[in-house]
Design a protein around this ligand. Structure first.
Ligand code: UDP
Length: 244
């Protein structure tokens, strides 16, 4: 799978379909593979936090979950095929998991959210094996890991927000018995219906971030990472030229 290097961060140049196919393949290995879905905010954080960069660059699959990362790839002249939202990857896994009888564990979000998400998903995929459900608020991660390992899921959704979920997966990789873990931020909230996804118009024009900002103005601080990221990429390209 081709990787595109954007500054020092490696992103897989995949379509949504290829990302789903790869995740299914990883889910059968039972070696706790990691899938990361960075948007511009996380990509920028990688330049500020060495450990996060190591986590991203050592993951088995890294998909560009945001228009900012796709724009950055164009700025440096190595365009990624498309934006691949983590939520879309998750949703598109379900028919394959159901068909191949692979299990999935929903971990993260506020108490009750994963349960409602599971109920909603089961309406569309009644034979899907959702083998575990657990909220994302805990003190003792070993207790959570024991719960996960009891089920040995093929797929583990880790929805703790970034970068908490990335560190949880990386730090516990050797202890967790699962095929593949995906860091999916607020995806369970969307599946549960507690958070609405942006309408098509916003998605089509790459304005999902703007919709989110209108809904949750307190995210402004976090969202300033998007222009910061793009400016840093432009600066990087100008200073490195063809060697970017
Ligand atoms: N969350 C959690 N445990 C925590 C902190 C956050 O389970 O200790 C959940 C939170 O309830 C929400 C998700 O993590 O469901 C973070 O969502 P957000 O939209 O902020 O994700 P991001 O934008 O970071 O992908």
């Amino acid at each position: 799978m081709e990787k595109v290097k954007i500054r020092d961060v490696f992103i897989d140049n995949v379509t949504l379909e290829e990302a789903v196919e790869k995740t299914i393949e990883l889910s059968k290995t039972m070696s706790a593979n990691i899938v990361i879905t960075p948007n511009a905010e996380i990509a920028q954080l990688c330049h500020e936090n060495e450990k996060l960069k190591e986590v991203v660059n050592s993951a088995q699959l890294v998909v560009p979950d945001g228009i900012g990362v796709v724009m950055a790839s164009k700025i440096i002249g190595k365009p990624l095929k498309e934006k691949v939202a983590g939520y879309e990857v998750a949703k598109n896994l379900f028919p394959h998991l159901e068909k191949e009888n692979l299990s999935v564990f929903f971990f993260g979000s506020k108490p009750g959210v994963a349960q409602t998400a599971a109920e909603n998903v089961l309406k569309d995929y009644p034979n899907l094996n959702i083998c575990g459900i657990r909220d994302g608020y805990f003190k003792d991660s070993d207790e959570i890991i024991a719960e996960i390992n009891e089920k040995e899921p093929n797929v583990l959704f880790v929805c703790l927000g970034a970068p908490k979920q990335e560190f949880f997966m990386f730090d516990n990789k050797d202890k967790i018995k699962a095929g593949v873990m995906l860091g999916l931020g607020g995806s369970l909230d969307v599946m549960a219906g507690t958070v609405k996804r942006a309408p098509d118009f916003f998605v089509r024009f790459g304005l999902e971030w703007f919709y989110r900002l209108m809904k949750e103005p307190k995210r402004i601080g976090r969202m300033m990472k998007l222009p910061k990221y793009l400016f840093s990429i432009i600066f990087y390209k100008l200073s490195k030229g063809k060697n970017a």
